[in-house]
Design a protein around this ligand. Sequence first.
Ligand SMILES: [Ca+2]
Ligand SMILES: [Ca+2]
Length: 163
Amino acid sequence: MLRMKIAFVLSVMFFILISATPTLSQGRPFQGCIITLEPIQDGEQFSRVQDRRCFDSVSSYQAALSAANYKITDFYDWTDYVNLIATYLGPQPCSAGYSYGVPNVGSSLNDRFESATTGAGCNNVTVFENANYGGARLPCNGLSTCNTFGLLNNRVTSWTASP
Ligand SMILES: [Ca+2]
Ligand SMILES: [Ca+2]
């Protein structure tokens, strides 16, 4: 009986581990973009984009991830962190003086995101239905992850990240 309980607990832990592991590409060819942002400047609402590059292989994408920048957030095409399609980098972690915001993810990424993981202290990610932080919003406050955007799945057009 004890052995069965242990086996059950182990299988649940394994499932949690598997379901929380980001998946770069599943069931379709990889296509992901790396976008490097500036923190939002005083008196402004949006980050400026320093660089934006898209890749159609995991190896070229991973080679392009710059160690000089922090990973602000990863967005996935599907829920539960499956099929990474966008990585946003920034020169500073989120902190009292530094937050990030994208007013429009662009036509190739628009209305596609369904989950996100965050990094660099950017624990408060909010996704918005429309451009310029408009329409319905979903905060992932206080969590380092957001495994589904619920009603905003496949509707996200802008987002913000702050500590
Ligand atoms: Ca999607
Ligand atoms: Ca939208």
